[in-house]
Design a protein around this ligand. Structure first.
Ligand code: NAP
Length: 349
């Protein structure tokens, strides 16, 4: 593979939830991997709700700017460090972390997962899939026959939570905001879909599930968090996956501290549990292998949204990443939003 002398990447220049304002594209000399590193040419990058939490500096104290950005990518190896046995230029790989919103990225070889081929359908198995798989099993402790409620069910991680809970033999309820998403959720096996723009979520849950909900996979915060908490069954578990309703506001995280949680869970011996994927790194490989097996066996569908239905899509090239973030926040995406960094029609696929 012939390598350029420079490459482009997105960096964060100022801390704000406004992705466009926070970021710019810069050109840098192409780095060379050290003995234990690989240089990856990124092809498909995943868009996440928390990209704007990253631009707002909510993950760690940011001591100096600019910082890199981008949680996950699928690409091919461009150059191999001298001690990286088993890796060859041209091989398809996936990874999480690093600086995925760039044409190239340097990573320790141990962080890189080999793939059988180069396809956007692998991207949803990374942040979104691992979150659904590990959170439902280890934190939600879902069991066959239980009732599971998934909010933002048609989204990147939500649709995989729906499918995994169904595979586990659960009755799955999903919430979403449009009839297009209702149809999508029915197509992936969701037992009861609630379009909360047209139906009263609390009323439906109260009337149809009087025993309560055993496990909630909750991503939204606000009203949906309150309703989920109120409708927990005895011994119910509410997993806080996220609270996207609060992300766009500059002081968004502070708004989460007002809920009277203890009074609501005590008499049911129910639990509200937090989940953050980075706290489960030792389980990533095991769950990644499980998810890949389910996809290859046809039991799990990898649902990718490349932005074809967005007025400014499909998303191609680094320049389209801000559009893809806006698309996620427009609530119109279905499945996992993926940007194809190859800005030409000469795809190998
Ligand atoms: P996504 O679900 O693909 O897209 C976000 C969806 O959230 C929207 O389509 C929308 O669906 C719903 N939503 C509800 N209120 C919203 C609001 N005020 N603004 C925008 N969207 C809103 O996104 P994702 O990247 O997969 O993330 C989903 C959630 O999982 C986020 O809370 C994210 O932080 C969390 N997450 C957490 C972890 C972890 O380690 N804890 C890892 C990955 C993701 P409807 O309109 O249909 O409701």
């Amino acid at each position: 593979m012939s390598l350029p002398s420079s490459f482009r990447k997105i960096v964060v220049n100022q801390l704000t939830t406004d992705f466009r304002k926070a970021t710019s594209i810069v050109t840098k000399p192409l780095p060379k991997p050290n003995a234990h590193q690989l240089l990856i040419k990124n092809r498909y990058v995943g868009i996440n709700a928390s990209d704007i939490n990253w631009t707002a500096g909510r993950y760690f104290p940011v001591k100096s700017l600019p910082i890199d950005i981008g949680f996950e990518a699928v690409g091919e190896i461009a150059a191999v460090g001298s001690s990286c046995e088993g890796f060859a230029p041209g091989s398809p790989v996936a990874y999480m972390g690093g600086a995925a919103f760039g044409e190239y990225c340097i990573l320790p070889a141990k962080q890189v997962i080999p793939l059988p081929d180069l396809r956007p359908e692998y991207v949803p198995l990374l942040v979104s899939g691992l979150t659904a798989s590990i959170a439902l099993e280890k934190v939600g402790e879902i069991k066959s026959g239980e009732t599971v409620l998934v909010t933002a069910a048609a989204g990147g991680t939500g649709n995989l939570a729906v499918q995994l809970a169904k595979l586990q033999g659960c009755h799955v309820i999903g919430t979403c905001s449009s009839n297009k998403k209702v149809e999508f959720l029915k197509s992936i096996g969701c037992d009861r879909v609630i379009n909360y723009k047209e139906e009263d979520t609390n009323k439906i849950l109260k009337e149809n599930y009087p025993r309560g909900i055993d496990v909630v996979y909750e991503s939204c915060g606000g009203d949906l968090f309150e309703i989920s908490l109120n409708r927990l069954a005895v011994h119910g578990r509410l997993i806080v996956i996220g609270f996207i309703n609060h992300y766009s506001a500059q002081d968004g995280f502070k708004a989460m501290r007002t809920s009277p949680i203890p009074a609501k869970i005590l008499n049911k011996s129910a639990s509200v549990r937090g989940f953050f994927l980075n706290n489960f790194i030792p389980l990533w490989r095991e769950h990644g292998t499980k998810l890949a097996g389910l996809i290859l066996g046809g039991e799990l569908k990898s649902c990718v949204d490349l932005g074809e239905k967005s007025p400014v899509g499909p998303f191609r090239g680094l320049e389209s990443i801000p559009d893809a973030v806006d698309y996620l926040y427009s609530r119109k995406s279905v499945g996992k939003i993926v940007v194809d960094l190859q800005n030409t029609t000469s795809s190998k696929l």
